[in-house]
Write a protein that binds this ligand. Structure first.
Ligand SMILES: [Zn+2]
Length: 375
């Protein structure tokens, strides 16, 4: 799913550029003098060449991003890797488990926050490891035969007397998912490392990177369970819901960020530390501002502090574009990635022309760079 989505996204951008560009130029042509035609033709060729190169550059970029292993700030646009933990995650997840989730993510390419969500839902982070109502065992509630391998004679799914294999070699031979992560020679579903790594291994084998929902479904054949896991995962970290291609909200030449996401000293000199809930990209007033992904406009108007601003709801997250001079969309409009939705400005609490760009996941602002490739 990841790969296909990215490629089709890139071609639709290129298509949009090519048709939109050519259409406008053609319209102009009819109205202009012959002398100017030559110039226009040159423009068409330049634009076509530019669009062509842009297309391949973007395609290459997206493919590179798609195949990058789990990483943090560079951010895959398909977001199946966990982002930085949210405040909720800090308050909920026992700190000693982070390292295990992260290492499992590194080894198997499965988002750490999904592992944490499963761990939380199944056994309350190992606080309740009694046999489940279906006969699942250990830290991550594996069915004994899933752990040991279906045909493994040393294993039996039995509510009252579950039997499982602990020999990593034999488990592997029978195609079970149990692994020995802590290196003590046994694969033990009651060891937190072994159990969490085994869950990651199961999700990887079920193509988590292509389709997280289907992979989680293999864990527990119940779509409301899948939804619960994903909701919890999203509450723990920001990247899971962010799917589909995203594009930079202003023309590519404006890549500088003068103020990043996080605590900062109030730029108006009050001497107070404040939380900067987005990123500031300096642009000249009147620069087109693009929606970074497909979505629906949920706000276009004036808000204290933000000045003229637009908010767009995407699948799983909301983006906010502030300090604009003008908006070009209305509440309820459906928008596709890359179309201009506003012109930048210097309205609201702003100390100079720039775009303030924010991303909201589960009612919380998260670092927008988690969804972008910065380069
Ligand atoms: Zn800002």
């Amino acid at each position: 799913m990841a790969g296909r989505k990215i490629v089709s996204g890139a071609s639709s951008i290129a298509l949009g550029l090519a048709t939109g560009g050519a259409g406008n130029v053609a319209l102009n042509l009819g109205k202009r003098l012959a002398v100017r035609k030559a110039l226009e033709n040159k423009k068409i060729i330049t634009m076509a060449v530019a669009a062509f190169f842009l297309f391949w550059m973007m395609l290459f970029g997206l493919v590179v991003i798609a195949f990058m292993p789990g990483n943090d700030l560079t951010g895959s646009t398909d977001g199946f890797t966990g982002g930085e933990p949210t405040e909720f995650a800090f308050n909920t997840i026992p700190p000693e488990l982070y390292d295990i989730y992260r290492k499992a993510q590194e080894r198997y390419g499965v988002a750490w926050n999904v592992l944490a969500a499963i761990n939380s839902i199944e056994t309350d982070f190992g606080r309740n490891v009694k046999v489940s109502s279906k006969g699942a065992i250990g830290w991550m509630h594996f069915m004994p035969t899933t752990w040991s391998g279906w045909q493994n004679p040393n294993s039996k799914d039995d509510l009252n007397n579950p039997v499982f294999d602990k020999d990593p070699a034999r488990i592997a031979q029978y195609g079970g998912y149990g692994v020995d992560a802590d290196g003590d020679g046994v694969a033990d579903p009651f060891s937190k490392s072994d159990a969490i790594f085994s869950a990651a291994y199961l999700l990887q084998k079920n193509e988590f990177q292509k389709n997280p929902e289907q992979a989680i479904y293999q864990y527990n054949h119940d779509y409301s369970y899948v939804k619960n896991v994903l909701n919890k995962a999203i509450a723990f970290a920001s990247m899971i819901p962010i799917q589909g291609h995203t594009i930079w909200p202003v023309p590519d030449k404006f890549k500088e960020i003068i103020s990043g996401f996080g605590p900062r000293l109030d730029p108006f000199g009050s001497g107070i530390m404040e939380m900067h809930r987005g990123i500031d990209i300096p642009v000249l007033i009147g620069t087109p501002v693009f929606t970074v992904a497909d979505g629906e406009v949920i706000f276009a108007g004036i808000e204290t502090g933000y000045g003229t601003c637009v908010q767009i709801k995407h699948e799983g997250y909301i983006t906010l574009y502030a300090h604009l001079s003008e908006y070009l969309v209305r509440k309820g409009d459906r928008v596709t990635a890359g179309i201009p939705i506003a012109l930048s400005g210097n309205t609201g609490k702003s100390e100079g022309p720039h775009l303030h760009f924010g991303v909201i996941v589960n009612n919380q602002f998260v670092d927008p760079l988690l969804i972008f490739n910065k380069s």
